[in-house]
Design a protein around this ligand. Sequence first.
Ligand SMILES: Nc1nc2c(ncn2[C@@H]2O[C@H](COP(=O)(O)OP(=O)(O)OP(=O)(O)O)[C@@H](O)[C@H]2O)c(=O)[nH]1
Ligand SMILES: [Mg+2]
Length: 109
Amino acid sequence: MRVLCLGLDGAGKTSIAQSACSDGGASPGEPPEPTSGFNTSTVKFAPNWKLQLWDIGGGASIRQYWTRYITGDEEAIVWVVDSADEARLDESRQGARPVAVLLPPCLAR
Ligand SMILES: Nc1nc2c(ncn2[C@@H]2O[C@H](COP(=O)(O)OP(=O)(O)OP(=O)(O)O)[C@@H](O)[C@H]2O)c(=O)[nH]1
Ligand SMILES: [Mg+2]
């Protein structure tokens, strides 16, 4: 099961992935480096149930590539927002538009 994790740089995608990850990651307490491409990690919830989490970098120069990761075989797209960073809420909303237009109409509201 493939799940994409998208959002602005510094929103907390890698922090979430490292918290949920069951196959390694950075040492506890070590802040993650900005993601320049993408990272994948496997999250196991049950013996026969796992998801592959795609943590995709959100820097301004690489946002143009976000839509390339949407291939139609993902089960979910998680849009990560740092709700404490009110100054960037509109930037986050604008950033989500090119992603939202690729979703089925019932999801892209
Ligand atoms: N947004 C957010 N950041 C947190 C939180 N708690 C800690 N942080 C810190 O905020 C920073 C978030 O950075 P990342 O997880 O690398 O963010 P990212 O979305 O992966 O950023 P890019 O890789 O640049 O796209 C880290 O230094 C975290 O340690 C939280 O609750 N929300
Ligand atoms: Mg990251």
